[in-house]
Ligand binder design. Structure first.
Ligand code: PEP
Length: 245
């Protein structure tokens, strides 16, 4: 059966000013052809405004984090309603950098995902083990426990990204087999939770994805796309990944 369309989710992290972001969007628009994969650009909050118009038609945008709160006295935070107003479709929640540097727990991640859904955003919920867990051989159990905690009260309008922390920004990519092992396990957990709807949900892989490995990873039966950091910054790499898919 045909699974969901492949999603190439680009995570710029703390890169690109508003001006640079719009220039990037126009550069992509010059060469982009709609293909097999959908594309979404997760930009810094301040660089989202006006980005959708600069990008080619059909390319979505999203935030990299969202507040669990509705509005009010939360200095520095960005609400789901703000992201929606800036034309976001997606928002990343629980990226390993947020979990590590900002102490986000599974419960906090779930609260953000619920808040995103309440405003019509699709959360991209990130999970994945560190090197120590992988070396102990506990990566499946660890990741599924993290997933269950991060999906508490979250409905099926969700994307899950499996990102082994040891493969993020390190140049060390999990093998296509490693990606499929966890994607299949995640699919099983989603099926327990959402029933047959799980077959239509996207499970992404993230961790040093680039033009020369994107096809083999996204070609795995349970992998429906990639979350890409480093290789998302240059238009050439993005076009290269799209051409490879
Ligand atoms: C990420 O930050 O989600 C990521 C996968 O980064 P990179 O592609 O640079 O490993």
């Amino acid at each position: 059966p045909a699974g969901p369309r492949t999603l190439l989710a680009l995570n710029w992290k703390m890169n690109k000013t508003p001006t640079e972001a719009r220039a990037w969007g126009r550069e992509l628009a010059g060469e982009y052809r709609r293909g097999k994969a959908e594309v979404a650009v997760m930009a810094p909050a301040i660089s989202l405004y006006g980005l959708k118009e600069a990008l080619p038609g059909g390319v979505d945008i999203g935030g990299q984090d969202v507040s669990a709160h509705e509005s009010g006295a939360y200095t520095g935070e960005i609400s789901a309603a703000m992201l929606r107003d800036a034309e976001c479709t997606y928002v990343i929640v629980g990226h390993s950098e947020r979990r590590e540097y900002h102490g986000e727990t599974d419960a906090a991640v779930a609260a953000k995902a619920r808040q995103a859904q309440a405003h019509g955003l699709t959360p991209i919920v990130c999970v994945g083990e560190g090197l120590d867990v992988r070396e102990r051989g506990e990566h499946v159990a660890y990741t599924l426990a993290q997933l269950r905690g991060s999906l508490e009260g979250v409905d099926e309008r969700v994307v899950v990204a499996y990102e082994p922390v040891w493969a993020i920004g390190t140049g060390r990519t999990a093998t296509a087999g490693d990606a499929e092992e966890l994607a299949a396990a995640i699919r099983g957990a989603l099926r327990e939770r959402y029933g047959d709807l799980a077959d239509g949900l996207r499970v992404l892989y993230g961790g040093s994805v680039k033009p020369d490995n994107v096809a083999s990873i996204c070609g795995q039966p349970n992998v429906n796309g990639a979350l890409v950091g480093g290789a998302s910054l240059g238009v050439g790499d993005v076009l290269g990944m799209l051409a490879a898919l």
